[in-house]
Design a protein around this ligand. Structure first.
Ligand SMILES: [Zn+2]
Ligand SMILES: [Zn+2]
Length: 427
């Protein structure tokens, strides 16, 4: 009888080796690099009260209106799978009074899955993964530049090529109001040339039209009013200071006056990063300042700034590493049942040196053992047959050279260490 088979739900995927190894390397880089900038890891639940996201993202946004996974649990509570990370981090910050119980800086990073009910298409997932940072309580423009520098350095460290940083300031509530008015008037005057989506949202969310990729809309927005003419003095000064801090930090960027952020609570600094291998409209990293959100979620009236990186997109554009690290470096091959105990001890000895090792216990023939060693990409095979067992020796086969010699375990381990350059990666 054959069993029924199952597939992962639509829009989700299994992360299999060796891709999982690449992900782990990127996550390790995150943990090392982000700490250098004073960010510490925070882990929040993957579901929260639904209301948190209504409040923290904005009820009028596509995410909350159309994409959020909302459900009522058996106790009758309305919950939502988190569609992004910021609201949860800020909720945790407020809930645990971190502003009073911890010393500054209030800088956090997270790594984890997010959920949105998107139409499945290439590069869009219903469970996707983000790496993000939030810096709370720091309003200085230099902090904006530092956060941008961290994103840029991170992309460089993980090997992304052709990184482009785009920068804008979308003003504050004071200066955005007249700008939105001017945009609305301009869209209305050109409504016949806008796509249906834009016609629908031009009144409610005139900034989002700037973001439309439709060709006809692109032509219209060439002549649209620009935010620069509407910035209030504090916004103008802030933006200029961000620019000079970026210059001081040697982070190259381009100004994109049409860059806006999708979520309601963003203000002033907005930025995105694209890399080689991505379509121009697909940022791998997006972020901005969101002063006022923390207060809206019941916390202190503190400013905040952060960014999020789409892991799937990032992994898509990262070049394959030239020399993939083999998952297993050494394989033991006992040829008799009596040799299995010696093999097991040998495996443990080699593993203690930090070398991934495996014993193929059930083979019995050198030929088929070597075939599986070859398929697994191992560098060394240790063969223990009757003769080796009697003499207390190992036959060490270097798969890369197709050469083998019989050595004492001590000599063999030394040869493996030397060949793998283990002194350099001492644990
Ligand atoms: Zn302003
Ligand atoms: Zn449009």
């Amino acid at each position: 009888m054959t069993g029924k088979t199952y597939q992962a739900p639509r829009g989700t995927s299994d992360l299999l080796p060796p891709a999982s190894e690449r992900w782990a390397r990127v996550e390790a880089t995150t943990r090392t690099l982000f700490r250098l900038y004073g960010f510490q890891e925070i882990r929040t639940p993957i579901f929260e009260a639904r209301e948190l996201f209504d409040r923290g993202i904005g009820e009028m946004t596509d995410i909350v209106e159309k994409q959020m996974y909302v459900f009522q649990d058996r106790g009758g509570d309305w919950l939502a799978l988190r569609p992004e990370g910021t609201a949860s981090v800020l909720r945790a910050f407020v809930e645990h009074h971190l502003d009073q119980t911890m010393p500054p800086p209030y800088r956090y990073f997270y790594i984890g899955p997010m959920f949105r009910h998107e139409r499945p298409q290439r590069g869009r997932y219903r469970q996707f993964h983000q790496i993000g940072v939030e810096a709370l309580g720091e309003s200085a423009p230099e902090v904006d530049a530092e956060v941008i520098a961290l994103g840029w350095e991170f992309l460089r460290h993980v090997g992304a090529r052709g990184i482009q940083v785009e920068l804008n300031s979308i003003g504050c509530p004071t200066c955005r109001l007249p700008y939105q008015g001017a945009l609305r008037a301009y869209w209305q005057a050109h409504a016949d040339k806008l796509c249906p989506d834009c016609r629908r949202r031009m009144d409610r969310n005139p900034l989002r039209v700037l973001d439309c990729k439709n060709e006809a809309c692109q032509a219209v927005l060439q002549g649209a009013p620009v935010i620069d003419d509407y910035w209030c003095n504090p916004c103008r000064t802030h933006f200029e200071a961000v620019r000079s801090a970026l210059a001081a930090l040697d982070v190259p960027y381009v100004r994109n006056a049409r860059l806006v952020r999708g979520l309601d609570y963003y203000m002033r600094t907005a930025f995105e990063m694209t890399t080689e291998g991505l379509g121009a409209q697909n940022a791998v990293l997006g972020g901005g300042r969101y002063d006022g959100l923390l207060r809206a979620l019941g916390g202190p009236d503190w400013p905040g700034i952060g960014f999020a990186i789409g892991m799937e997109r990032l992994m898509d554009v990262l070049p394959e590493t030239a020399e993939p690290v083999p998952a297993l470096a050494v394989m033991f091959l006992p040829l008799t049942e009596a040799a299995r105990g010696a093999a097991l001890q040998g495996v443990q000895t080699v593993r203690r040196l930090g070398i991934p090792t495996w014993a193929r216990m059930d083979v019995g023939s050198v030929k088929s053992g070597l075939r599986s060693a070859y398929r697994a990409g191992v560098r060394f095979v240790v063969i223990i047959g009757e003769d080796e067992l009697r003499a207390g020796q190992w036959t060490l086969r270097d798969m890369s050279a197709s050469r083998q010699e019989t050595l004492s375990p001590k000599e063999a381990v030394e040869a493996i260490r030397r060949a793998l350059g283990l002194d350099a990666l001492e644990t």
